[in-house]
Design a protein around this ligand. Structure first.
Ligand SMILES: NC(=O)c1ccc[n+]([C@@H]2O[C@H](COP(=O)([O-])OP(=O)(O)OC[C@H]3O[C@@H](n4cnc5c(N)ncnc54)[C@H](OP(=O)(O)O)[C@@H]3O)[C@@H](O)[C@H]2O)c1
Length: 224
């Protein structure tokens, strides 16, 4: 399959990129960290890694254009890129931090969908996987902006699923709890390290994701 993955430079996106590429898929990845993108390009010369800030519609437009010209229509798009707020009560979170988080987590997902779906619709096939969270289905204190963004991802995905023509699917996927930089920002260090590494997670998540199909349209799933 040809798979686009946003936020491929570290954490779950990087582990999925490496695991899915090893399983024979061609990955088109994006992120902002140019050193990591360069390293991935050297490691996987058959794949394509492009600098893109998903919060910027024009940046996503250029990414999609380059990817479509180089490799054609993706079979799957995984909207993985996201950030979390510095833990604090909602009323203490500065407006610009709240705005940036929603721009990445919500607008970023919509930006990618805007520029990927027309080509997929033209081919009557394609799967959009929007990475959600346990905090897209429940809440905790001090992460209200992140919770709001992931509940938005669940709602956006459900509505998109109702819009898609037959043959396509939009799926919300809660990855579980994994020891990444994001987790270490919101969990105490000793608690974060008790969760699996992204590489271990990808061993079961990658085969699960590659088996998603149009019949999963509208589902809110959790990775094994
Ligand atoms: N770890 C967990 O336990 C957990 C639990 C539930 C849900 N999730 C979700 O899983 C996904 C991956 O999280 P993670 O834990 O792997 O986080 P992470 O280690 O912080 O990685 C986040 C990735 O997103 C990219 N990114 C951030 N802002 C971006 C932007 N504006 N444009 C493009 N890429 C951007 C980063 O790349 P650059 O810095 O290169 O831009 C990085 O590759 C997220 O959607 C997260 O909400 C994680």
């Amino acid at each position: 399959m040809l798979i686009w993955i946003t936020g491929c430079t570290q954490g779950l996106g990087l582990a999925l990129t490496e695991s899915l590429a090893k399983r024979g898929h061609t990955i088109i990845g994006c992120g902002r960290n140019e050193i990591a993108l360069q390293r991935l390009s050297e490691q996987m010369p058959n794949c394509l890694f492009i600098r893109c800030d998903v919060a910027e519609n024009e940046s996503v437009e250029s990414f999609a254009e380059e990817a479509l010209i180089a490799h054609g229509t993706p079979d799957m798009v995984i909207n993985n890129a996201a950030i979390i707020n510095d833990p604090a009560p909602l009323w203490e979170i500065p407006a610009d931090e709240f705005g940036h988080l929603t721009a990445v987590n919500i607008n970023g997902t919509a930006n990618v969908i805007r520029h990927a779906l027309p080509a997929m619709i033209a081919e009557n096939s394609g799967i959009v996987v929007n990475i959600s969270s346990g905090w897209g289905r429940s809440t905790s204190p001090e992460v209200a902006p992140y919770c709001a963004s992931k509940w938005a991802i669940e709602g956006l995905t459900q509505a998109l699923a109702q819009e898609l023509p037959e043959g396509l699917a939009a799926i919300a996927l809660n990855p579980g709890i994994i020891n990444t930089e994001m987790l270490r920002r919101c969990f105490p260090e000793d608690e974060a390290t008790s969760y699996p590494s992204p590489e271990i997670w990808a061993n079961t998540a990658a085969p699960f994701i590659e088996n998603l199909s149009a019949s999963d349209n509208g589902k809110a799933l959790t990775a094994p």
